[in-house]
Write a protein that binds this ligand. Structure first.
Ligand code: ATP
Length: 361
């Protein structure tokens, strides 16, 4: 059984410092929901308020519609998996998995049954008697998940659980976590600073910066239609051209950039005179000769060949290069160093957003 989680105007202050600022959102029962943001943006603080280890300074957390004020961590229908997993290395796998059940006074036969059921789920059937210290990193990870699931939480909270694993295993565990979540059907709330994890696993993502939720949407919308300059610059690569909006007609706006007037979708309804940034993703830009809707020229600084694609770095504004990614299948000719290239893009793939804080300046 799953439960939804509502954050109702949550603010968390540590002294003068506001770690979470007025966060409101509604996580649905059975959803795989991620909080994505750079270190220190307040993700863990949100998780701690949901789990009950921290009371918010303002606002309320509701789980399954029930106000959690005054309800301690052990009384909430949640379980938490930490980054370091916190397994007991000298206990067997089965003992680890059923630890929470033993604490709750569940008898041996029932514990064994539950352990077998969960060992099946995490593909470790027949390995319950091994010591945790004998397991690989990925297996330990799965035991931590099984242990958390044993107490039948309605919401599983995961705080960067994959960050200690190597890259290959991390990518593999993404698929496993998602599959386990779909099998058990409970709500997963997942904290990460890794956009690849958030994009591959989540039904929806909340992108955070400096304690503020910037956008809540599914991965595709976060990538294709970011609503703030922070989200546009934090998720994936993006070329950014700042300037004043000189025209706004229908769905489009034109920004007067250092490369001249450039056009893109005006999703936030900017008016002429406002400061804006036109974002164009490297894979949305093209290098070509001839007329195009929106076009400017720049000099090629260098080309990085990556097998299935090449990244062409061109002189940008200030220190920031303009990047164009050319896929093998695009069939475009790749210019050489010092060539003057003609850069174009479909204005529907350009996005004009209000000038604001950027990620990774
Ligand atoms: P990370 O990915 O590094 O874990 P995070 O996004 O989870 O980062 P939080 O741990 O939620 O960030 O912390 C948010 C901010 O609140 C940070 O600036 C942190 O220093 C501050 N903070 C967290 N806990 C406390 C505390 N108990 N006392 C004072 N400041 C705190």
């Amino acid at each position: 059984m799953s439960a939804g989680v509502e954050l109702d105007h949550i603010t968390v202050r540590f002294g003068e410092f506001t770690a979470v600022d007025n966060a409101t959102l509604d996580i649905k029962g059975g959803e795989f929901f991620s909080f994505l943001g750079p270190s220190g943006c307040g993700k863990t603080t949100i998780l701690r308020t949901v789990s009950g280890f921290l009371e918010p300074s303002d606002g309320a957390v509701r789980i399954g519609g029930q106000d959690m004020r005054g309800i301690g961590p052990n009384k909430r229908p949640t379980a938490l998996i930490f980054q370091n997993l916190a397994l007991f290395p000298l206990m067997s796998v089965a003992e680890n998995i059923t630890y929470g059940l033993r604490v709750r006074g569940v008898g041996k036969a029932d514990r064994r049954k539950k352990a077998d059921e969960l060992l099946d789920l995490i593909a470790l059937r027949g390995q319950g008697d091994k010591l945790v210290s004998e397991l690989s990193g990925g297996q330990k990870q799965r035991v931590a998940i099984a242990r958390a699931l044993a107490v039948q939480p309605k919401v599983l909270l995961l705080d960067e659980p994959l960050s200690a694993l190597d890259l290959k295993l991390r990518q593999h565990m993404r698929n496993e976590l998602r599959a386990i979540q779909q099998l058990v059907g409970i709500t997963f709330i997942y904290i990460t600073h890794d956009q690849g994890e958030a994009l591959t696993m989540s039904d929806r993502i909340a992108v955070m910066s400096d304690g503020v939720i910037q956008q809540v949407a599914d991965g595709k919308a976060v990538y294709d239609s970011p609503t703030t300059s922070f989200v546009a610059s934090f998720v994936g690569e993006n070329n950014a051209f700042a300037g004043t909006v000189i025209r706004a007609d229908g769905d489009y706006a034109v920004v007067d950039t250092a490369f001249g007037p450039l056009r893109g979708r005006n999703s936030q309804g900017l008016k002429p005179g406002a400061r804006g940034i036109l974002f164009v993703r490297p894979e949305s830009a093209r290098l070509q000769q001839g007329a195009a809707d929106a076009t400017f020229k720049s000099k090629v600084k260098n080309v990085a060949f990556e097998g299935n694609m090449s990244h062409v770095f061109l002189e940008g504004i200030g220190k920031k290069d303009v990047t164009v990614t050319v896929g093998r299948r695009d069939g475009s000719e790749i210019p050489g160093q010092d060539d003057i290239a003609n850069i174009s893009y479909d204005p529907d793939l350009g996005l004009v957003l209000p000038e604001g804080k950027m990620a990774r300046e």
